[in-house]
Design a protein around this ligand. Structure first.
Ligand code: SLL
Length: 152
């Protein structure tokens, strides 16, 4: 595979979660207290599937089938649970990239850090969100991958 010397190309990426307390009947069916979504996103609602082939989310071992694979956009996963833990997110690229998967760690956040900016307690119906921004940097991309990235 031919690589382009002296070129690096970057793509913005957001990853993280939002969470809401479970209410009503659902809350009583199990010890789960929250529903949450962990996701890998681009800017806005960009579809990342032109260069991302799949994303795996490694959940805490208390979850059945704790390694979850999402092969289609949006690259996100919804679950319920009772506790916070570290999620290992692995981004796998288009085969033409010949790039190793990139690993990102995200601390699943269910509880607000503190009170709302207004000084009031965090409202129950307000989602807690925790997202990080990063840039994926591809140094000396293959010609094929460079083409894919520049066409989108
Ligand atoms: C804690 N160290 O003790 C963390 C672990 C694990 C959360 C949190 C499992 C849900 C299920 C779940 O919510 N695990 O049983 O399917 O807080």
């Amino acid at each position: 595979t031919k690589r382009i010397k002296g070129i690096s190309i970057t793509r913005p990426i957001y990853y993280g979660n939002n969470a809401l307390p479970l209410t009503g009947k659902k809350a009583n069916d199990s010890d789960h207290t929250h529903k949450w979504t962990v996701a890998v996103r681009g800017l806005g609602n960009d579809d990342l599937s032109y260069y991302i082939k799949k994303v795996t989310f490694k959940l805490h071992e208390t979850y059945p089938n704790s390694l979850r694979t999402i092969e289609q956009p949006p690259f996100e996963l919804q679950e319920t649970g009772w506790g916070e833990f570290e999620i290992l997110i692995k981004i796998h690229f288009h085969p033409a990239a010949s790039e190793k998967p990139v690993s990102l760690y995200h601390h699943l956040r269910l509880h607000p850090y503190e009170d709302d900016v207004s000084g009031q307690p965090w409202p129950k119906e307000k989602p807690v969100t925790s997202y990080s921004y990063d840039e994926l940097v591809f140094n000396e991309p293959t010609e094929a991958f460079y083409q894919i990235l520049s066409d989108n």
